[in-house]
Design a protein around this ligand. Structure first.
Ligand SMILES: Nc1ncnc2c1ncn2[C@@H]1O[C@H](COP(=O)(O)OP(=O)(O)OP(=O)(O)O)[C@@H](O)[C@H]1O
Length: 258
């Protein structure tokens, strides 16, 4: 895969916390118009990988190129090209929906007049919740607001850490549609998820990560086809149907992580 074609190119990335190596020499690329999922058991190194790309943790070795910019040599350009989903703790608790949108449009240098503000509020269906603070919103409303903020500057690469965890099916579908709209615009999405259903539904390719290493990278359906006759996959399957979760469990093992 040509590096120049990729919106994100991660090459031989390692991340350590003291003596503990959480990410071990991983490489992958994300293309324009692609939704790429990082899947892995708890503690596999997914968030550490995202954090390294986002510039939140220092990595011990490797290179990360975002939209052609090396995150170490050109951090400002690289950061301008990415949108990062913010966790609720990042929002000032005393600010309401409108104030949060105004704050982040200011931070990103994106002009937001009254019409623009109303358009966004309508788009994320928060017109009736403008005066609520973040903590007073439902999980679905919080995620819609977080996603719109992470894309307010139209970044070419959007990174989402477990964007739909805890959402009801309606809210999850709506988020999926918004994520798919990012893909449609030719931008790329890198997300982490524990939902195999989500990976199958929206990811073009997935990387299965375990113990800091990438076990495999493929299209979800291709991965199922490739492994459907593996004895370990058949052994963990239920009701005679082979799913992505069966392949995932067979590849990463049945034991629960600490
Ligand atoms: N700041 C830190 N200091 C020390 N160890 C850390 C730190 N952050 C993460 N780790 C460890 O690194 C490993 C990878 O953690 P990471 O959060 O990247 O995993 P993950 O795949 O995102 O897991 P989860 O699915 O549970 O969110 C884990 O063993 C974790 O305990």
């Amino acid at each position: 895969m040509e590096i120049s074609q990729s919106l994100l190119n991660v090459e031989n990335l390692s991340v350590s916390y003291g003596n503990f190596e959480a990410v071990k020499n991983i490489s992958f690329s994300v293309l324009p118009g692609e939704i790429f999922g990082l899947l892995g058991p708890n503690g596999a190194g997914k968030t550490s990988t995202l954090s390294a790309i986002e510039g939140l943790v220092r990595f011990s070795s490797g290179t990360i190129i975002v939209d052609g910019y090396d995150v170490i040599k050109n951090p400002l350009h690289a950061r301008a090209a990415m949108g990062v989903q913010l966790q609720s703790t990042t929002f000032q608790p005393e600010l309401n929906v409108v104030q949060i949108l105004q704050l982040f449009s200011g931070i990103y240098g994106v002009p937001l007049d009254k019409n623009g503000l109303n358009r966004i509020l309508k788009e994320i269906q928060l017109e009736d919740a403008v005066h609520r603070r973040f903590a007073q919103l439902s999980g679905g409303q919080q995620q819609r607001l977080s996603l719109v903020i992470s894309t307010i500057h139209h970044p070419r690469l959007v990174m989402l850490d477990e964007p739909t965890t805890g959402l009801d099916p309606q809210s999850r579908r709506q988020l999926w549609e918004r994520i798919e709209a990012i893909r449609k615009s030719g931008h790329a999405v890198l997300l982490t998820t524990h939902s195999m259903e989500e990976a199958e539904a929206i990811c073009d390719r997935i990387a299965i990560v375990d113990h800091g290493k990438i076990i495999t990278i493929d299209e979800p359906q291709a991965l199922i086809e490739k492994h459907r006759n593996d004895p370990e996959v058949i052994a963990v399957s239920r009701r005679g149907k082979i799913t992505l979760e069966d392949v995932f469990i067979a590849l990463t093992g049945r034991e629960v992580r600490a």
